[in-house]
Design a protein around this ligand. Structure first.
Ligand code: ASP
Length: 335
């Protein structure tokens, strides 16, 4: 089941599932759209854990870490690990849909409040790329490791080698092969990255991003998710942003860095997400039906924003005041 499909079927005590209409207008022409703004006073810290898609277990885990006084960095790592271990989620970690040759290849990155960053791309056979990314950040002089070298580094750091291709994902790939003629598909249905942002009780911001990338991609393809500034960016003075959707378009506009820089210039997280989506829209007017891109962002005060090209993008957000899953606003009013 795809994450976007179970928005209305997940039930979790204490979580308000709000419709997009209730939270934000879904019409891109409505420039009066109000971002979800924290009620906190100036300079007051508003701890938060927020993630792309409908992932209450993952965000709950991150929130638990924060509530217990843990760091935002631990929170995003622990939260992402929940989805990486979830075999039913076919876009992250174990159970991720493979490339067109049947290999599950994972990308992930993590960034802390000091501006340190670690990432792995094209990692195979290791269930928790987010934790390998953290080790790259903390235990090597590098920031980005790929393929076999990243796998060897993970194994030498104590991670276990395991088969990530579940029976369900293998079956989906075999069915795809029958109809697809080996062509990688570009559409809005076959991808869903988990990007997670958090502010801890000290007011520090961190982020993590983990994915198996575009389903049935060409062997060797890497998307935006592990690339600093594209799939994720954190600036502890300003805020953070993360992306999901067609990585090629996010990469070409360096989307998450753009959002953080727009917030630096005074935009709210919501306005910044909308402007980043509009950059992509402007370059792709004639093919918007083919792909989805969505962003979430937070600023230093804990205000949040979320915006997508198409409808159907959900966000999971936990603060001390509210735990909610909602649909973001979106650019295309007819999708
Ligand atoms: N952004 C990911 C990628 O392009 C996929 C996704 O979020 O759906 O690899």
């Amino acid at each position: 089941m795809k994450r976007r499909d179970f928005l209305h079927t997940t039930s979790l005590t204490g979580i308000a599932v709000a419709s997009g209409a209730a939270l934000m207008s879904c019409d891109h022409k409505n420039k009066e759209q109000k971002p979800v703004v924290s009620t906190s006073e100036e300079n007051e810290i508003t701890p938060i854990a927020i993630a792309t898609w409908n992932v209450p277990e993952a965000v709950n885990k991150a929130w638990e870490v924060i509530e217990n006084g843990g760091s935002a960095l631990d929170a995003v790592e622990q939260g992402c690990r929940v989805e990486e271990a979830n075999e039913e989620g076919q876009s992250v970690g174990v159970g991720g849909l493979p490339d067109r040759d049947g290999n599950v290849t994972l990308d992930a990155c993590i960034m802390n409040a000091e501006g340190d960053y670690g990432a792995v791309v094209y990692l195979q056979n290791i269930k928790h790329p987010i934790s390998v990314a953290r080790k790259v950040m903390e235990e090597t002089p590098h920031v980005l490791m790929a393929g076999k070298g990243a796998e060897q580094f993970a194994l030498s750091s104590g991670f276990e080698k395991e088969n990530l291709l579940t029976e369900a994902s293998k079956k989906a790939w075999e069915e795809w092969k029958v109809t697809a003629k080996y062509k990688p598909i570009i559409n809005i249905e076959n991808h869903d990255t988990i990007g997670m942002l958090a502010i801890d009780k000290e007011g520090n911001i961190s982020g993590g991003c983990t994915t198996s990338g575009l389903a049935y991609k060409m062997a060797g393809r890497v998307g935006d998710s592990p690339i600093i500034g594209s799939g994720l960016f954190v600036d502890n003075e300003i805020g953070a942003a993360t992306a999901t959707g067609m990585g090629e378009e996010v990469l070409k506009t360096v989307g998450s860095f753009l959002i953080v820089e727009l917030m630096r210039q005074g935009r709210s997280p919501q306005q910044a997400c909308e402007e980043a989506i509009e950059r992509i829209v402007a370059k792709n007017k004639d093919r918007l039906q083919d792909f989805q891109v969505a962003y979430i962002a937070i600023n230093k005060k804990g205000a949040t924003g979320a915006h997508a090209i198409h409808s159907g993008f959900s966000v999971t957000s936990y603060t001390a005041e509210k735990q909610e899953i909602y649909n973001s606003s979106h650019y295309l009013s007819d999708s």
